[in-house]
Write a protein that binds this ligand. Structure first.
Ligand SMILES: [Zn+2]
Ligand SMILES: [Zn+2]
Length: 260
């Protein structure tokens, strides 16, 4: 009975989205005209102008599949960048939508500080539409958003990574696991700290549920800057026995080889 009721509510929610919200751009509210009810699950309600603004950022031809760094266009059979060949990050793969810059940055800040639900929904679906991520979806057991510390969660009232993770989990058909990781140390705010300070500031700030043992976990965060938080989370999951860790983010900041 309960699952039947849940299914009915999901169908109503889907209809509500299709009939009301998906007729307007999630970012600027300009009318978007999908073919009435023939809105497929791949449809993302974004107008052409917003999409062009999002895609105006740098789109390098080849990036390292493990860290997102632009790979040098010289020889070698490995797609990995030099940094990952010598000192790989504690995850298998990095999937990201775009460069954390311009319109994407603006939208992600709106989600982070304004609980912009429609924007979060559309951004999550944009990330889910990335071919590399779609193809790899079956290799992960669940999706875990990077948690906020309880004090930050109480202060802000929501976790922006969880808002972005919900549409991604639906599209990739992965269970959304919000309690596999807990942020046990309320690390000082990151802005204003040097790279080295951030690294040391984020070592050992997470606790992993023993249930992670043997699972392949895809972590989700809104932005990857130095990667320190994601490194700490991935290392924590691996120590707790996770069988594999991947990382998905909406925006990645410039790397050493990026040209803006
Ligand atoms: Zn728009
Ligand atoms: Zn790399």
């Amino acid at each position: 009975m309960r699952s039947g009721c849940g299914g009915f509510i999901r169908i109503l929610g889907g209809l509500w989205r299709r009939l009301v919200h998906e007729r307007r751009c999630s970012f600027c509210a300009a009318p978007v005209v999908p073919a009435a009810l023939a809105v497929t699950r791949d449809f993302i309600p974004i107008c052409a102008s917003c999409l062009a603004r999002l895609e105006a950022g740098p789109r390098p031809a080849a990036v390292c599949p493990r860290c997102g760094e632009v790979t040098a266009p010289v020889g070698g059979s490995s797609p990995l960048c030099g940094g990952c060949l010598t000192e790989p990050p504690p995850w298998e793969a990095l999937y990201f939508y775009g460069f954390y810059h311009g319109y994407l940055r603006q939208l992600l800040l709106q989600v982070k500080f304004g609980r912009a639900l429609h924007q979060a929904e559309a951004l999550g679906r944009l990330l889910a539409a990335q071919p590399r991520l779609l193809e790899a979806a079956g290799s992960w057991d669940c999706l875990a958003p990077i948690p906020l510390h309880l004090a930050r969660l109480r202060e802000r009232g929501f976790n922006q990574s969880a808002l972005l993770a919900a549409p991604l989990a639906r599209r990739l058909e992965l269970p959304l696991r919000q309690r596999l990781l807990r942020r046990v140390v309320d690390s000082a705010r990151q802005s204003g700290l040097s790279r080295a300070q951030r690294q040391s500031n984020t070592s050992g700030i997470f606790w992993a549920d023993p249930d992670v043992r043997g699972r392949r976990i895809l972590l989700l965060d809104d932005v990857m800057t130095t990667g320190a938080t994601l490194r700490s989370a991935a290392a924590c999951l691996t120590r707790a026995g996770a069988a594999g860790v991947g990382v998905a983010v909406l925006g990645r900041t410039a790397g050493r080889n990026w040209r803006v």
